[in-house]
Design a protein around this ligand. Structure first.
Ligand code: SF4
Length: 242
């Protein structure tokens, strides 16, 4: 089955455990104000590739994955192409390759649930724990992320939480405490706080789209340390990004 691929990174070290092949799928409905890959948004862009072609590529990299690495299907929002993701994950599991899906939790229906059965790990980008701020950051309804988290609670799926730390949005102690509250009952293996960065700003300019966070600077080290300390109170084993 064919899917629209934005890009493939071989041997990435930041998209899940170990060394991984990261497949970035085309298409995303979230429209986050800090998105550093707005060129993934258009669902008709990218290059058509067959799921088996990607599985074959992953097999070649298997020696590098060792015991903990594998393949991460990311985006964009991968579940904009759920059928393709299911085929891809199924093929990877057939070859005994560890699978992760990096999602924003935007979609949750029977097909997504089916696809998730073939994912060993979910990387979930929560955006914001409060409804009001959530819809300032994205074009999605908060209900979507709360439903997705509820499903994670029900299934006990292993989850790595990711949250981008954006000054004035997610960098307060109170916001971090709210996020920790929201995660209660979810099988959280790790919480990654990712400092907001401006590397994608030029892409917004190229696409002639106004950038809402113009002039906003990345959070400083002290802020990141302070927030990671709160996370450690809830998840003492949590490792800061490496
Ligand atoms: S969910 Fe990810 S790809 Fe989609 S707009 Fe947000 S940051 Fe960009």
């Amino acid at each position: 089955m064919q899917g629209r691929i934005h890009s493939i990174e071989t041997l990435a070290a930041v998209d899940g455990p170990g060394l991984r092949m990261a497949i970035f799928l085309q298409g995303c409905p979230q429209r986050c104000i800090y998105c550093h890959n707005p060129d993934t948004w258009n669902p008709t862009g990218g290059e058509l590739m067959d799921s088996e072609e990607i599985v074959k590529k992953a097999i070649r990299y298997k020696p590098y994955f060792k015991n903990i690495g594998g393949v991460t299907v990311s985006g964009g929002e991968p579940f904009m192409q759920t059928e393709f993701v299911t085929e891809l994950l199924k093929g990877l599991k057939r070859e005994n390759i560890h699978t992760a899906v990096d999602t924003s939790g935007y979609y949750l229906n029977d097909s997504v649930k089916k696809a998730l059965e073939y994912a060993d790990l979910v990387l979930l980008d929560v955006k914001h724990a409060e409804a009001e701020k959530f819809s300032e950051i994205t074009k999605a309804e908060y209900e979507r992320i709360s439903k997705f988290l509820e499903y994670m609670r029900e299934t006990g799926k292993s989850v790595w939480i990711r949250q981008v730390i954006v000054p004035d949005y997610t960098d307060g102690d109170e916001q971090m405490e709210k996020l920790m509250e929201l995660l209660k009952g979810v099988n959280v293996e790790r919480v990654d706080l990712l400092p907001y960065h401006t590397l994608g700003v030029d892409k917004w300019k190229e696409l002639k789209m106004p950038y809402a966070l113009e002039g906003v600077k990345p959070p400083d080290n002290d802020t990141m340390k302070r927030l990671n300390k709160i996370v450690k109170q809830y998840y003492p084993q949590n490792r800061e990004n490496d």
